[in-house]
Design a protein around this ligand. Structure first.
Ligand code: IPM
Ligand code: MG
Length: 361
């Protein structure tokens, strides 16, 4: 199979972690006889510095003419003072919009035996396996925004907007995912306060009639945040709007051990977009200590969702499990004072595990 992808390493630790994921992809595709073609382009702050546009036209063209996009991270303190439209994050939002990827899948799993990675007690985190389905192209991220007035009396507003079709399509994605899992879907909103949430609840309930096998329940986002940290193992699939999903997925990452482990897939559009959820981590960028596993696992999700290469995806996921199981940790995962491996060494370990099926100890 020909696998044509665009990589967008971006900012901060993005380039370091993307490089390791590409190595892993090269190894895996070679083992299975696929032809991997990678084009690298700029996005975010890297693109701003190169051409004053966080999402330049040639990056869009490359993404649209490939089968999938693998992104590192965008953003950094150097760009904090830039106007809204020229922020690296604006580039990422345009990328998502142009690709039409409205469904963002963020799995957070506590692997058996890996309970000690979590800041929670092992008996609480044990068995956690939640899939957060985040709506990615609507809500407050894309609603009208404004700042008016003079300093001292300024007013700023962001509006959270959802239409029925937008809620319907994300609900269908979530119900289908739940059908393939433990068949429990929790829709998260703030329907006790927000109109957009009342519409959300109404539409998700209606779509639920088409999925009689899935047990649908509803909860408010504040109480979900509490349950996610006190009883994370009760969740199967969570579907929620854009900003609630942004927040809950970071929380889920911390619950299972580290944001650095969490991959994501953004699907439903012309071309799939795969990215770790951790962001650019400017404080540790360039030091070679970032955790590449979230990006490596995102590459596995890419093989599964964009190329239907389940076996290849599972091989990478299994390699990551073996490497972690053998006790290797990047700094974010290591206990205080314990040894840790570099970004590159973690990549080496996964590549070696793929090639030989043997994990170095
Ligand atoms: C994420 C990130 C982005 C988001 C930022 C960088 C715009 O936090 O992917 O979760 O808020 O969607
Ligand atoms: Mg986020």
């Amino acid at each position: 199979m020909q696998i044509t992808i665009t990589t967008l390493p971006g900012d901060g630790i993005g380039p370091e972690v993307t490089a390791q994921a590409v190595r892993v992809l090269e190894t895996c595709t070679e083992m299975f006889g696929h032809l991997l073609r990678v084009t690298e382009k700029n996005v975010g702050g890297a693109a701003l510095l190169a051409c004053n546009d966080p999402f330049p036209p040639d990056t869009l063209d490359a993404c649209l003419s490939s089968d999938a996009v693998l992104l590192g991270a965008v953003g950094g303190p150097a760009f904090d003072k830039y106007p809204a439209k020229l922020r690296p994050e604006a580039g990422l939002l345009r990328l998502r919009k142009e690709l039409g990827v409205f469904a963002n899948l963020r799995p957070a799993i506590c692997l058996a035996g890996m309970e000690s990675l979590s800041p929670l007690r092992p008996e609480i985190v044990r068995g956690t396996d939640v899939m957060i389905v985040r709506e990615l192209l609507g809500g407050v991220y894309f609603g009208a925004r404004s700042t008016e007035g003079e300093p001292g009396s300024r007013r700023a507003a962001d509006s959270m907007v959802y239409s029925e079709p937008e809620i319907e399509r994300i609900a269908h994605v979530a119900f289908k995912i739940a059908e393939g899992r433990r068949k429990q879907l929790l829709s998260v909103d703030k329907a006790n306060v927000l109109d957009s949430s009342r519409l959300w609840r109404d539409v998700v309930t209606r779509i639920g009639n088409e999925y009689p096998d899935v047990k649908l329940s509803h909860a408010y986002v504040d109480s979900t945040a509490m349950a996610l940290v006190s009883r994370p193992a009760i969740f199967d699939v969570i579907v929620t709007e854009n900003m609630f999903g942004d927040i809950l997925s970071d929380q889920a990452g911390a619950v299972v051990g580290s944001l650095g482990l969490l991959p994501s897939a953004s699907v439903g559009g012309k071309v799939g977009l795969y990215e770790p959820i951790h962001g650019s981590a400017p404080d540790i960028a360039g030091q070679g200590i970032a955790n590449p596993l979230g990006t490596i696992l995102s590459a596995a999700m890419m093989l599964r969702h964009s190329f239907k290469l389940e076996q290849e995806a599972a091989l990478i996921e299994n390699a990551v499990k073996q490497v972690l199981g053998a006790g290797h940790r990047t700094r974010d995962l290591a206990e205080k004072g314990a040894d840790s491996v570099s970004t590159q060494q973690m990549g080496d370990l996964v590549v070696q595990q793929l090639r030989t099926g043997i994990v170095q100890t």
